[in-house]
Ligand binder design. Structure first.
Ligand SMILES: CC(C)(COP(=O)(O)OP(=O)(O)OC[C@H]1O[C@@H](n2cnc3c(N)ncnc32)[C@H](O)[C@@H]1OP(=O)(O)O)[C@@H](O)C(=O)NCCC(=O)NCCS
Length: 227
């Protein structure tokens, strides 16, 4: 246990840092909603993304049409939702579906836009995505899952499963099923900041069973303020 630093008189109000999302100047965000404490690294591109509280993208990441939960760690150069080009047409080139970029009076093909929106990616809470991984359209990744560096995720990943490789396959579970079920029920990612503040020292030192034994007894009603 780390030695406790002396607490100032106005400790209660000082313990939370500014929750405004931090966005690097070279990042590009369009129609994107960020939760509290989100961090968006250099050259990250997000389009039509919902990112939950505390989740962050390291440099060079990219996501489109994606819903991402809280406390997700997304490493550098991760691509979430590598969009499809139409392959059944004469050409896969965007000249067929974005002709407006080259010609007047030929608008964007809305059928392609709608098909892409319908194939959104869903990522739960506390998901860690390793360096350079690629998540394909329509994939759902469960709470607590891990995606290995360089993986190409073509199928859904169940909660608390570690998956890696090309195509990504489960390599092991993070926890035995009963522990995973207890973490799911605890839903700590919904906790208010006060509870999180109090629980962090226990996260650092208690084995997972002991942590659950203690915090199942004192966990609060889910926060309504978080995304
Ligand atoms: C996926 C990961 C979490 C697995 O960690 P782990 O459970 O400790 O796994 P191990 O190292 O014991 O490896 C287990 C097996 O999976 C394989 N494996 C591990 N990571 C892999 C990866 N990214 N891609 C393909 N196979 C991988 C190992 O070769 C090993 O296979 P083997 O049993 O045939 O030898 C880890 O390897 C990883 O990729 N971490 C991401 C790191 C990263 O990107 N960090 C960026 C900063 S956020």
């Amino acid at each position: 246990m780390q030695p406790e630093t002396p607490r100032p008189e106005n400790f209660e109000e000082l313990r939370f840092r500014d929750s405004e999302p931090k966005i690097a100047t070279t990042a590009e965000l369009k129609r994107t909603k960020l939760g509290r404490y989100c961090e968006i690294g250099q050259r990250v591109v997000l389009r039509e993304v919902e990112l939950g509280d505390f989740s962050y993208f390291e440099r060079g990441g990219e996501a489109i049409h994606s819903s991402i939960g809280r406390f997700c760690s997304i490493a550098a150069n991760v691509r979430i939702n590598a969009l499809a080009h139409p392959m059944e047409r004469l050409t896969t080139h965007k000249v067929s579906y974005r002709p407006n970029e080259y010609f007047r009076w030929l608008p964007v093909d809305q059928s392609v836009v709608e098909a892409r929106k319908a194939d959104a990616v869903t990522i739960g809470h506390d998901v860690w995505i390793g360096h350079g991984a690629i998540v394909m359209p329509g994939v759902a990744i469960g709470n607590g899952a891990v995606v290995g560096a360089g993986a190409v995720v073509t199928h859904d990943i169940p909660p608390f499963t570690i998956a890696a490789g090309v195509p990504a396959k489960p390599i092991r579970e993070r926890f035995p099923p009963e522990i995973a079920a207890r973490i799911t029920a605890l839903a700590w990612w919904d906790w208010p900041l006060e509870t999180l503040f109090d629980a962090i020292p226990d996260m650092q030192v208690l084995p997972i069973e002991a942590f659950l034994d203690k915090w199942e007894r004192q966990s609060p009603a889910p926060s309504t303020s978080a995304k």
